[in-house]
Design a protein around this ligand. Sequence first.
Ligand SMILES: C[S@@+](CC[C@H](N)C(=O)[O-])C[C@H]1O[C@@H](n2cnc3c(N)ncnc32)[C@H](O)[C@@H]1O
Length: 221
Amino acid sequence: MNARSLVTAGLVLILIAAASPAPVPGAQDGQALDRKVQAFLGEHAGRWRDMNVPEADGKILYDLIIKNKYTRALEIGTSTGHSGIWIAWALSKTGGRLITVDIDEGRYREAVANFREAGLDAFIDARLADAHELVPDLSGPFDFVFCDADKDWYKNYFVAVLPKLTVGGCFAAHNVSARQRGRGWGSAGFVEHVLGLPFMETTFAEGSWSGLSVSYKRAEK
Ligand SMILES: C[S@@+](CC[C@H](N)C(=O)[O-])C[C@H]1O[C@@H](n2cnc3c(N)ncnc32)[C@H](O)[C@@H]1O
């Protein structure tokens, strides 16, 4: 190869390198985190015993956040952290953060340990508090709320959060189905209320056998 060919080959290599896609910042970290979360969820599959959501519902919450690119999440009712892990895993991809609250100290401590073990603690602000008091005090705004605490307080949580919920944001509530309308107990008052609001668009997740309502805020209120 003469000098001219060498220069030409060098130039071609430089052009190929320049045309190659730049590495996505944080992509490798993201893959490592995915592996850590998947390993954690795999180890704990079938072993959640503290009123935690089933895996199918965790996946629904994850998909809702990814699909809508939500970043400012609130969970009412952490328990030991199963749903929080699905929510925070999605938020690790959208660049978001979760505030989650539980009143029970034992479950709160276990959740904090689980968040750390899953590698998601940087995305979660876990609070030990009575949500009846904390939720009205939070400043928000939130674009995703998952309500999974005391059922007879769901309507109050919803009313407290509504002014802080962004338009396009979503209030998802667990153990809620359309069949509860008119039953008068548990989360029935919430179901009646939210279905009667014209600016809220409510559906019930089909893949959830526990019942999961998904209410999108369509206008400022
Ligand atoms: C159904 S469990 C939550 C399960 C959790 N979302 C999961 O999937 O891992 C309900 C939790 O709500 C909590 N809770 C009930 N009343 C509460 C209150 N007033 N404030 C905060 N947490 C409350 C309970 O201590 C319990 O851990």
